[in-house]
Design a protein around this ligand. Structure first.
Ligand code: KG4
Ligand code: ZN
Length: 355
């Protein structure tokens, strides 16, 4: 039996999880998964301020650890291994979680596992399952957009990655242009529900390349905005609206623009995933990362996979945004495969997935 405690502090969420596995990976039971969000602290800056993030991790992590062990009714001495995200992420944020996990591992003479945040997302669709099956996987978050051929645990081939903005980053930047709060993805999805996705013709970057690009789409929205304001603000304050940024759009127009933007992102992700699955002869397509909370993306990917005869599996919404349960699960699989880390292993802000 293995019980793993994992910390995730790569960005602006402080998270602690405890996962217990009775026999093999099957029957892995999540005893607790705690996440302390810092969204409110960073919202007013329109993005994450590293200094604020690390200070908050320092305050939040010990509290979450205490709460996690209490909720899981377990003493730290009964934990079999300690894990932490070691990259990619913000250096000063990563350091907090990794230092705590290393300290506990050294102090209690238990193994330490340095976990790649991307591998955590990548394996999250298999959370609680016995192992990892061959699949083409999309990791779509605020910092990353990549497609990967997963052959088995720790056997990955990069298919494509974004050459500019990550999909979540594009959601966040466009939301900011529209005066919507941070993080922008959930806000755009909420507003888009009442909108017409065919109203505005926005570009889909579909080049032959297996890579992704979202900055052209973001720029198209930027150039479209003043034109829309001009066209739709035949009201007494029309002139004033033109000079205001973020632009003040009518509710209807805002909903249509959000829906059109969302649809453009979803279409690119779906088409590229399907093309990759065909090319690499995969039976299974998986998806993970914060943007996968988006219901249109889930639905359209599920429909496209069904149409093509691929099985489709995505991480549950609670596992898509940053959390420590996915780090604990990856650590469990690695521990059972004998892939422990040295406590001397450094954090690496630009850690790549080992391919
Ligand atoms: O995986 P995650 O929590 O953090 C990173 O590792 O980056 O992803 C956060 C990203 C943000 O850009 C956020 O706007 C986006 O995921 N996101 C969404 C939705 N929920 C979160 N994007 C689109 N639709 C959503 N419902
Ligand atoms: Zn993430």
């Amino acid at each position: 039996m293995n019980t793993i405690l994992a910390l995730e502090t790569s960005c602006d969420e402080t998270a602690v999880a405890i996962l217990r596995c009775a026999n093999g990976n099957s029957g892995a039971k999540l005893l607790t998964s705690e996440v302390a969000s810092q969204v409110a602290e960073h919202e007013k800056y329109g993005g994450i301020v590293p200094e604020i993030a690390s200070r908050n991790h320092l305050v939040n992590a010990p509290r979450l650890l205490e709460r996690a062990t209490r909720d899981a009714k377990i003493h730290l001495s009964a934990i079999d291994a300690f894990a932490a995200t070691s990259g990619p992420g913000l250096a000063t944020s990563l350091m907090v979680g990794a230092s705590i996990a290393k300290g506990l591992a050294i102090g209690l003479s238990k193994p330490y596992l340095a976990i790649n945040h991307l591998e955590g997302h990548l394996l999250s669709p298999f959370f609680g399952e016995e192992g990892v099956r061959r699949n083409v996987s999309l990791v779509v978050s605020g910092g990353h957009t990549m497609s990967i051929l997963v052959r088995a645990l720790a056997d990955y081939q990069l298919i494509g990655r974004t050459v500019d903005d990550a999909a979540g980053e594009a959601f966040d930047k466009v939301a900011r242009m529209l005066g919507l709060p941070y993080p922008g993805g959930p806000e755009i999805e909420r507003v888009a529900r009442a909108g017409d996705p065919t109203r505005f013709d926005l570009p889909r970057s579909m080049s032959d390349s297996e890579n992704f690009s979202f900055s052209g789409l973001k720029t198209a929205v930027r150039y479209l905005l003043p034109k829309i304001v001009e066209r739709f603000s035949e009201t007494p304050d029309g002139e004033q609206r033109l000079t205001q940024t973020p632009y003040k759009l009518d509710e209807r127009v805002l909903a249509d623009l959000c829906a059109s933007f969302q649809q453009a992102v979803v279409e690119v992700l779906v088409r590229k995933a399907i093309t990759a699955a065909r090319k690499y002869n995969a039976d299974l397509v998986t998806m993970s990362g914060g943007v996968v909370c988006n219901r249109q993306l889930r639905q359209q990917m599920a429909d496209a996979c069904a149409c093509e005869g691929f099985e489709f599996k995505s991480a549950g919404s609670w596992l898509c945004t940053d959390n420590a349960a996915m780090i604990a699960f990856t650590a469990l699989l690695r521990l059972e495969a004998g892939l422990e880390s040295q406590v001397t292993e450094e954090i690496d802000p630009s850690l790549a997935l080992t391919l």
